[in-house]
Design a protein around this ligand. Structure first.
Ligand SMILES: Cc1cc2nc3c(=O)[nH]c(=O)nc-3n(C[C@H](O)[C@H](O)[C@H](O)COP(=O)(O)OP(=O)(O)OC[C@H]3O[C@@H](n4cnc5c(N)ncnc54)[C@H](O)[C@@H]3O)c2cc1C
Length: 1018
């Protein structure tokens, strides 16, 4: 197997080249493969109709989960609320928070309208606890909006514990619908019970991605045990073979999630994945082979596809598996690469002269794939944007697999009757294949299919309720979505014809192939182009870029920028004062051009960012994108507000116009931590508002600044209208600020320097000028016990340690509710241990160096103090070849918030616990520190989120996500109190602060009277 960075064989190269394929071209090709002859298409319709009609007849009598899901689907507010309860309730350790969650969600829904609407036991018999609430307490309208009041009344009658227990019971019932058993032994026993006997099974050990080495080890052991148990169980079953089957096809098997077996199963860490994950999976597969039970690798996110294929190939071709057909993988049809994956697998199977068990699925992460592509500014989506396109892709991939009999044992996983009918039409009579469905779904459909003699396997999740939650959410989304087949088949209001519509015909009839409601990531904002990014996992695009950056970074030949002195600063002001400022439209066009040039120079900029500022590759890409976004956003605002005067309403006979104009030379003083994005953002704003600019970059990062200025000049910004004045703050900055010609100052940096500038400006004679300061923060995140610990830790690591903690927005104080603290701290330790420090130009580096020796000494001094006064929770490993400027990210537990009262700019996190009743007090204590930049809250309880929001003195509050990486125009950035003056950078009000306002009033009736009034008076 060639390692990834070696030349790749053509089929694999083709696969990679189609990561973000144009949807129209892709679908046109798929249609040709998926289309059936008219007679065959008619037969498919008939079969699908009969399947659907039978399902509907049965479902009339059916109670239970399907009818429950129909009643509470995600189009109803109550369905969404239930999903929220289901996702969180079972994992909340303390009664107080569980009750709060219940109060929060139950008070919002209109539960009474569901009573009596449906015969289902589940819906009506009080199983859900809300029914219990409905019976015990009738709400009046005033109380309905007041959770506290009605819950208090309910609790007074029934007691909170009763409600809580009833609801937990209800949630467990729902969970059980989708789980085969709590343990593998339970599940195996259930698999031969009653109707289950008619099916094969593939067991899935529940649990999501491993965060820590310990998690991965725990999952590994669970898989080993499960394999042994399944193998023993399989030996006790009859052969169950069909013609053409390998013995292993008929047996139960296991499904494996690669993300559960390694804490860093990601493209950037592929060397580690190769050396650590492949041997683990190999050992599990060999164990399965010894017991002759099948193993299938689940398919996960699109950016893991290529890596999963490498792992599959390595193991499939290993000598230990020769001659055995029990190893397979899932292929997601919603990915544009799917048909190429099928071709590549067929080739691999043929070369190895044995079939691959290939499970064809549509895909379970569609919504998150779309969101990620938009956030990353990808050129296109890795998945289709219309459901029918995914269906056509599935049918085309199925057709390819069925045609490649020698290469595949097809495992068609679907609950869609039309899809099932098409497979039955395509597959030859004697062709071995099986269907697959998820436990708890599609029983009515497959009862008919299995009765007709076709094999079907059930994907059977095994695990505790706590482990089930993320899986459950995916299933509820699938069941609740109104595009989903299981939802549509259950809704009697949807005609059968529409349920069984042939996707090939649907797609052919579409006026646009892609979904117009899901614009391409570049077109997300409508009024301006989104900056373009790329996925590092998109190897065909990223590998050449990364190689070029590394070559440039290795050469480290970015020129030199000599420091200016006070005289040079003054002559910069001379030049700027003489500058001719282009019109607003011209300025906007220049900034749009600058954005394009910045993006074109991505490689050079990322290389110099890595070398001069220690920026990792993802951080560098983020900066390039942000800089381009600033240019386009301010260009958009300049056109909107500065190009033409605003007409104001007034008395007749008069015209009143308000015009915005530049103030004069603006000094922009920027920091080293965002040497490109903040530098360009300030300059672009000041220029967009009509000012000449003198840009004073940080002493540490003049090369990035000089490169950015060159690009802005190349874009047309007159050289006099943007003058670079690099040099020391005390000399160049001070001279610029003191000069009376300076008509305004924009500054980002420390609070102390901001104060010094403010004093200097105040001491000047002459006009009082605007001062826009963005300074530091003592940023906190609050986590209550309804939060998901894994999600919290991922966001904490990103917020506290990305960019070596050298972001103003970075998380400094993590406030954990006591009950969740032990779990979060344990995960934090494990996740910190996985961080890799090193050369920022390497893709596998998570954390680069800190900016300079002074910063390092400050961090070391603070760490020494914390070592004495606080408890060290964890510390990342230092690289062996550590340069002088590395500082290992670490976290300390502090006894109280008194232990910290100033910003420590680097990767040191402080953790403090709070009692559940003290959340608001804790927020107040953070507010009292005087900063007000970013804050975070992780909670599933709206009421809790709202109480933090109402209290928080912070410019940017982030809920259930990380706290860094504000996007221009989306999360305008900037704080209050000690954190800055506002207005927010990248926000709609920013440019106004750089401008002056002039009104012009014209008495239009002065000469000749008010002709227009007379003309329009009747
Ligand atoms: C045995 C088994 C194993 C599975 N293993 C995996 C796995 O390893 N990895 C995985 O990701 N999933 C897996 N799944 C889940 C599977 O992806 C979903 O169950 C499946 O997508 C549902 O398809 P369907 O044919 O039953 O339903 P349908 O309702 O016909 O299709 C629903 C699917 O269409 C797609 N879709 C919805 N809206 C759009 C849109 N606007 N544009 C484009 N596409 C859209 C989504 O993928 C959605 O899941 C597995 C399912 C089964 C049955």
């Amino acid at each position: 197997m060639p390692p990834m960075d070696q030349p790749v064989p053509p089929l694999r190269a083709r696969l990679r080249a189609n990561y973000l394929r144009d949807e129209s071209g892709a679908v046109a090709e798929l249609l040709a493969v998926a289309r059936l002859e008219p007679d065959a298409a008619r037969r498919v319709q008939e079969r699908a109709r009969s399947l659907v009609e039978n399902v509907r007849t049965r479902q009339k009598a059916v109670t239970g989960m399907q009818s429950f899901l129909r009643e509470y689907d995600l189009s109803s507010a109550e369905g969404v609320l239930l999903m929220c309860v289901a996702e969180a309730l079972l994992r909340i350790p303390d009664a107080a928070t569980a009750d709060k969650l219940i109060r929060d969600k139950l008070s919002q829904g209109d539960w009474e309208k569901h009573v009596g609407r449906n015969n289902s036991l589940l819906v009506n018999a009080g199983t859900w606890g809300m029914m219990l609430t409905g019976k015990l307490v009738s709400l009046d309208a005033a109380e309905a909006g007041n959770a506290g009041a009605w819950f208090g009344r309910l609790a007074a009658r029934a007691g909170e514990p009763v409600v809580r227990v009833a609801l937990r019971q209800g949630m467990k019932l729902m969970a059980e619908q989708f789980v085969m058993g709590r343990t593998i032994d339970d599940a195996l026993a259930r698999s031969i019970d009653g109707d289950n006997k008619a099916y094969r099974h593939s067991y899935d050990m529940l649990g999501e991605a491993a965060f820590t080495a310990a998690d991965a080890e725990r999952y590994f052991v669970a898989y080993e045990k499960a394999i042994d148990a399944i193998a023993a169980h399989a030996a006790s079953l009859g052969p169950g073979l069909r013609r053409g089957d390998s013995a292993v096809f008929a047996k139960p098997g296991i499904s494996i999630k690669l993300s559960a077996l390694h804490p860093r199963y990601e493209y950037a860490q592929r060397d580690r994945v190769r050396s650590e994950l492949i041997p683990r999976v190999q050992s599990l597969v060999e164990r399965a082979r010894a017991g002759d039970i099948g193993v299938t690798l689940d398919a996960e996110e699109a950016d893991r596809l290529d890596l999963s294929l490498e792992i599959f190939e390595s193991i499939f071709t290993s000598p230990a598996l020769q001659g055995w057909e029990g190893f397979g993988l899932a292929v997601q049809a919603y990915q544009k690469r799917a048909p190429f994956v099928v071709d590549w697998l067929a080739d691999l199977a043929r070369k190895q002269r044995r079939r691959i068990m290939a499970r064809l699925v549509k895909g379970a992460y569609w919504d998150s794939e779309v969101k990620r592509a938009q956030m990353q500014g990808l050129a296109n989506y890795p998945v289709y944007t219309r459901k029918a396109n995914t269906d056509v892709s599935y049918l085309a991939c199925a057709a390819k697999m069925i045609a490649a009999k020698d290469a595949f044992y097809g495992q068609f996983a679907t609950h869609n009757a039309h899809t099932v009918a098409t497979i039955l039409e395509r597959a030859g009579k004697d062709q071995p294949f099986e269907f697959q469905r998820l436990h708890g779904m599609g029983e009515d459909l497959y009862e008919q299919v299995v009765a007709a003699g076709h094999a079907c396997r059930v994907y059977a999740p095994v695990g505790s309720h706590e482990d089930l939650l993320p899986y459950l959410v995916r299933r509820l989304l699938e069941n609740g979505a109104n595009t989903s087949f299981v939802n549509r088949i259950a809704d009697p209001a949807i005609p059968v014809e529409s349920v069984i519509a042939d996707p090939v015909a649907t797609v052919a009839a579409q006026t646009s192939v892609s979904n117009p409601k899901i614009p391409l990531p570049a077109a997300l904002y409508g009024d301006r182009v989104n900056s373009s990014g790329f996925a590092f996992a998109d190897e065909a695009v990223s590998a050449p870029i990364v190689a070029q950056i590394q070559a440039l970074a290795a050469k480290n030949d970015f020129g030199q920028v000599p420091d200016a002195d006070a005289n040079a600063a003054r002559s910069a002001l001379d030049r700027a004062s003489r500058a001719r400022i282009p019109s607003a439209d011209e300025r906007a066009a220049m900034l749009d051009r600058a954005a394009d040039l910045i993006e074109d120079d991505r490689v050079g900029l990322m290389a110099v960012l890595a070398r001069e500022a220690g920026k990792t590759l993802p951080d560098g890409l983020g900066e390039v994108r942000e800089a381009a976004d600033f240019c386009r956003y301010y260009a958009m605002l300049a056109r909107k507000h500065f190009a033409a005067p605003e007409e104001l309403t007034g008395p007749t006979g008069e015209s009143n116009r308000l015009q915005l104009a530049g103030r004069g030379p603006f000094v922009c003083i920027s920091p080293w931590n965002f040497p490109l994005a903040i530098f360009v953002g300030q300059v672009a704003a000041a220029f967009a508002a009509g000012n000449p600019v003198i840009a004073k970059p940080a002493e540490q990062t003049p090369l990035v600044a000089a490169r950015a200025v060159r690009l802005l000049h190349e874009a047309g910004v007159p050289e006099d209208a943007l003058v670079l004045a690099p040099g020391r703050g005390e000399i160049v900055g001070a001279a610029l600020v003191a000069d009376l010609r300076t008509a305004g100052v924009a500054f980002t940096g420390s609070t102390a320097t901001a104060r010094a500038i403010n004093r200097a400006l105040a001491a000047r004679e002459g006009p009082i000028v605007p001062f826009i300061a963005e300074t530091g923060g003592l940023n906190a995140m609050f986590v209550d016990s309804s939060a998901l610990a894994e999600q919290v830790v991922a966001d904490v690591i990103a917020s506290a340690f990305n960019s070596a903690g050298q972001r103003c927005s970075a998380l400094r104080i993590l406030c954990l509710q006591e009950e969740i603290a032990p779990r979060v701290i344990e995960l934090l330790k494990g996740a910190t241990a996985e961080l890799k420090l090193g050369d920022p130009a390497r893709l596998d580096t998570d954390v680069g160096p800190v900016i300079d020796a002074e910063a390092l000494a400050m961090l070391e001094a603070h760490a020494t103090k914390m070592d004495r006064e606080a408890k060290l929770i964890c510390k990342a490993a230092m690289p062996k070849d550590a340069g002088a400027l590395f500082f290992a990210p670490r976290a300390y537990e502090i006894a109280s918030l008194d232990a910290i009262d100033r910003e420590v700019f680097g990767p040191i996190l402080h953790v403090v616990r709070f009692h559940s009743s003290d959340l608001v007090k804790t927020v107040d204590a953070i507010n009292a520190k005087g900063y007000g930049l970013t804050m975070g809250i992780h909670s599933r309880i709206e009421d809790t989120i709202e109480s933090v929001r109402a209290r928080a003195c912070a410019g940017n509050l982030y809920v259930n996500r990380n706290m860094i990486g504000a996007t221009v125009g989306v999360q305008p950035f900037g704080g209050e109190g000690l954190s800055g003056t506002g207005p927010k950078a990248g926000g709609p009000h920013y440019l106004f602060r750089f401008a002056t306002e002039r009104t012009v009033t014209v008495n239009t009736a002065a000469a000749g009277g008010n002709a227009s009034l007379i003309a329009s008076s009747e």
